[in-house]
Design a protein around this ligand. Structure first.
Ligand code: G
Ligand code: G
Ligand code: MN
Ligand code: NA
Length: 253
């Protein structure tokens, strides 16, 4: 399996890099968090999308060492960032497979301790498919994360097929509305209706809302009218290298 071998080599050679996409607080106009997004800088082929290689890493078991590395790297960058921008949180995507591993919590705790970073500045992004299949175990695990001070975001919200009943059973802080609902926002009333309903439901459950894939002023205005809490997307910024992120934050605030 060629890509799998290439992936293993890339990991050993250190060809992965984390990029960070800022998330804007619509009320304070400050950057409240950055989402870590992995990039593979292939020596010959340029960038390879995580949409391609993360599924492969999940099938081959490589997702474990890669996720260990992501967590450590994100915590180290967060530690440095906080010296200059203490209000910025770090949001990390967690693969369902990694989340369900027996030593997930223990490893996470060790990483946080060894880097000596504030867990209150860490947010984990999980999809419905990460938490639903083992609901009982997930509730326990999420509750432990909350006790540690870590916040929980549900990623790609609206694209899953599970019932909504988990929203009040699980200790969720944030819903990230999938970009497929944000894209057509300026054109169709039906899409506005869905976004509106998600925001209202979330707020009545004391859950905050991030709109993803915000690209235009128009989308931003509509989301502001609907009292969306946070926006993420090219309208605010592309994902940035750690160096670019420092420059961006210096300029922004
Ligand atoms: O960054 P973007 O372009 O191309 O990401 C594509 C997909 O890969 C998204 O679904 C995103 O959640 C996922 N992804 C990006 N970075 C990470 C990561 O660090 N860990 C995991 N598990 N998924 C990631
Ligand atoms: O599944 P997740 O939400 O983690 O993935 C985020 C993905 O969306 C990444 O691939 C990221 O590069 C991409 N992305 C971020 N902002 C925008 C945007 O404004 N428009 C589009 N089309 N994609 C975006
Ligand atoms: Mn995400
Ligand atoms: Na998403």
């Amino acid at each position: 399996f060629q890509l799998e071998t290439a992936l293993r080599k890339a990991f050993d050679r250190g060809e992965f890099e984390l990029y960070y996409q800022p998330q804007l607080d619509m009320k304070t106009k400050q950057i409240r968090a950055v989402e870590a997004l992995i990039r593979w800088k292939h020596s010959g082929k340029g960038f390879i999308s995580p949409g391609k290689f993360i599924p492969l890493a999940e099938e081959s078991g490589l997702i474990t060492p890669i996720s260990d590395w992501i967590m450590m790297q994100a915590c180290e960058h967060l530690k440095q960032l906080q010296l200059h921008f203490p209000y910025v949180k770090m949001s990390v995507n967690i693969s369902p497979i990694y989340f369900q591993q027996i030593d997930f919590l223990e490893k996470l705790q060790k990483t946080i301790e060894s880097v000596n970073v504030n867990p209150r500045s860490i947010e984990l992004e999980l999809t419905e498919s990460a938490v639903m299949p083992h609901a009982e175990q997930s509730v326990a695990r999420l509750t432990t994360l909350k006790t540690m001070g870590i916040s929980i975001a549900i990623d790609d919200f609206g694209t899953g097929f599970s019932s909504l009943s988990y929203l009040h059973r699980f200790p969720i802080d944030v819903l990230k509305i999938d970009q497929s609902f944000i894209k057509p926002l300026s054109r169709y009333q039906e899409d506005l209706a869905i976004v509106k309903a998600i925001i209202m439901m979330a707020h009545s459950l004391q859950i905050q809302v991030v709109a993803e894939g915000v690209e235009t002023e128009k989308q931003y205005q509509i989301l502001e009218e609907q009292r969306c809490d946070f926006v993420q997307g090219y309208y605010v910024s592309n994902p940035l290298s750690i160096g670019e992120l420092y420059e961006f934050l210096e300029m922004w605030n």
